[in-house]
Design a protein around this ligand. Sequence first.
Ligand SMILES: [Zn+2]
Length: 340
Amino acid sequence: MKAARLFSYDKPLKVVDVEAPRIKNPSEVLVRVTGAGVCHTDLHIEEGVWREKVQVTLPYTLGHENAGVVQEVGDAVASFKKGEKVIVHPVITDGTCRPCRIGEDMHCENLVFPGITADGGFAEVLRTSERSLVRIHDLAPDDVAPLADAGLTAIRAVKKAASRTTSGSHIVVMGVGGLGHIALQLLRCMTNAVIIAADVAESKLRLAEKMGAHRVVDARRDPVKQVMDITANRGADVVIDLVGNDLTLANGMKMLHKGGTLIIVGYGGTLSVKAIDVIFSEFSVLGSLVGNWDELRELMELTRQGKVRVITQKGKLDEVNDILEQLKKGTLEGRGVVIP
Ligand SMILES: [Zn+2]
């Protein structure tokens, strides 16, 4: 089968012929991938940012936002059968450790992350497990694939924001890219907050308005002052930072109201803050890592109800490097999806 693989860091992926995966243990499932989202994390992997975080031998196949059709199931798989359309939760979990038993899939003590620590979905066939699958029924795999990670990460952060706000609270979303445009739609259906979107590109601000932002802030022009103006100098109750560079993290802290929460989702930068400021204003800083299986199930339900849609730019597997390049330049609107 064809797969887009990373052979060395700082080089584009190569589309090559590899042996298709086979079922090795009875709880595994093979999914014929018909939609694989392209993520900023794929760029970070290429750049070697994750080199020390994960142990992986090159070459391997990237792609961790996958959807498709069940092609084959292991002998112990009872809840899915061949031909069903599914979205794939991005990690394979053991189901027996404590984090798994309380539903926190991302904290599994024996986690495998296809596309990051094992072969992923930029390929015709992906090996995963029964526990990772969520049915998508009448939805199209290539339309929903980015929800497996971009959407799932957005819903978890939005649920954290929703639990810390009330009607009329102010929530700022920094970055209106693949995650941001989904987060805005989710904030509209899960909160009654005033939603403020910030980005550095005019086209992204127009997108934010279409996706549900009540107010937009051009982040090139003193975004802290603009948020203060919108909130009558109170500041925001929650800032969701989907960018996570030094500047957005620093600005995020500065635009918080007392008792406010900074939720960090994007990464690459370092948050630097004085302890005294955190104490005096009782700020909270939360990390938010992808999402659990039930959050993916909930997201699929909202998608089927028509409350969430992903804007996608679709291409063939061979076009994966072009899509990554556009993502790097910031010219991609919504999310890139390859159809292997
Ligand atoms: Zn586990």
